[in-house]
Design a protein around this ligand. Structure first.
Ligand SMILES: *Cc1c(COP(=O)(O)O)cnc(C)c1O
Length: 388
């Protein structure tokens, strides 16, 4: 136990590269966090070279919640400006029963990851894009948002404070979840009088229980995910509970996820519950064009760029469901799912199978993307940020 506490101290004072304010925040929480952790975490730490890891079964990470030690919290009053936030031990937060988020769903989230390089150091992948997307989402949901700098700084601090929770290279990643919510009380429908920005993290492995195996998708014809003029294009929390019914029905029938169709003609592909979709035919890769009903994935955008670099013709357009049934390959993209091959799609009474061999387009694009994200492939696009 003494060893555990002394190595914990060492970890807490490690981020020397951070600026002074951060160090003061760390100092403030150092004693407090150490004592909280003495109470809560009796798990021993083990050494791995110079580095330290929490004691987790790194070989069997799924996408469950295993909260890392620290979260970042920043508040915004009626004035509309976020002031300096700080790290605190991960734990419950207090909300009024009349908080805007609880009653009217005024909240958006983001999802990004910290990747560990083979040398043990940490990388972030395009966190400024998450920051910008949160800003746009906040505008749509009538919320103030952190500046891009505040957002990226919060992600960095959360990743560094939880460094011991970032899985070894090749075993998984630290999933980082920024959340912006109307935390102030309000009774009549309207924007909340106060906002809270929270960033927490959890080590994760594969998103789907299929692991790296191909997904079986079901084309949903009854429920829609988003409609023109709605908020499908932003990561509003209000987009997710309504798909649970379709998702759980599909899962109970053995499918991995649902593919949603456009709400007007119910003939054009939109996306899956939490990832974008791509269709391959010959050297052409098509993906549904974003028009406000589809979430503009950062992985989607990155994969499109990688695919054009590789000489594929990349097309954003309305993708008819018949075209999907006639494709060579289909795959999904997202921070959580990375680039996942689709093995079958079921639409009405038809089930089609796709290629999922080793030399597939999906595998090729995935390996370039993951290579850049984990520092194995040199990043000549300015996509990755070293944070220690
Ligand atoms: C988050 C999300 C995606 C993927 O976006 P990334 O930025 O690539 O993680 C796609 N679709 C939906 C519905 C999402 O919520």
């Amino acid at each position: 136990m003494i060893k555990a506490i002394s190595s914990l101290r060492k970890t807490l004072v490690l981020p020397l590269h951070l600026h002074i304010r951060t160090l003061q925040t760390f100092a403030k929480y150092n004693a407090q966090a150490a004592s909280a952790l003495r109470e809560e975490r009796k798990t021993p730490l083990y050494q791995n070279g110079d580095d330290e890891y929490v004691d987790l079964d790194w070989d069997n990470l799924g996408f469950g919640l295993t909260p890392a030690d620290y979260m970042y919290v920043m508040k915004c009053s009626k004035v509309g400006e976020f002031t300096q936030g700080e790290l605190s031990p991960y734990g419950n937060i207090q909300l009024s029963p009349s908080a805007g988020v609880l009653n009217y769903g005024q909240a958006i989230y983001e999802g990004t990851k910290a990747y560990r390089k083979e040398n043990g150091k940490l990388l972030l992948f395009r966190p400024d894009h998450n920051a910008l997307r949160m800003k746009l989402g906040a505008e749509r949901m009538l919320m103030p948002s952190p500046s891009v700098d505040q957002f990226v700084n919060a992600i960095k601090q959360t990743a560094l404070a939880n460094k011991r929770w970032v899985p070894p290279s090749g075993k998984g990643t630290l999933y980082i979840r920024p959340l912006l919510m109307g935390s102030g009380p309000i009774l009549g429908l309207g924007p909340a009088p106060e906002y809270t920005f929270i960033v927490y993290a959890s080590p994760v492995g594969n998103y789907f229980k299929e692991g790296m195996a191909a997904l079986n998708l079901y084309v949903e014809e009854e429920y829609v995910r988003a409609a023109p003029g709605g908020a499908g294009g932003v990561k509003s929390i209000t987009n997710y509970a309504p798909v649970l019914k379709a998702l759980s029905r599909a899962k109970s029938q053995g499918f991995s996820d649902v593919l949603y169709l456009d709400s007007v003609k119910k003939k054009y592909l939109e996306e899956a519950s939490s990832c974008n979709v791509f269709v391959v035919k010959g050297r052409t890769i098509s993906t549904p064009a974003t028009n406000g009903t589809i979430l503009e994935g950062i992985t989607r955008k990155s994969v499109m760029e990688i695919a054009s670099d590789q000489g594929y013709q990349v097309v954003e357009k309305a993708v008819h469901v018949d075209e999907v049934m006639d494709a060579d390959e289909v795959f999904c993209t997202g921070t959580a799912v990375v680039v996942a091959p689709v093995g079958t799609i079921t639409y009405q009474d038809k089930r089609v199978e796709y290629k999922t061999r080793d030399e597939s387009v999906c595998q090729k694009l995935r390996s370039v993307l993951v290579g850049i994200q984990t520092g194995l492939i040199e990043d000549n696009k300015g996509w990755v940020t070293n944070i220690n």
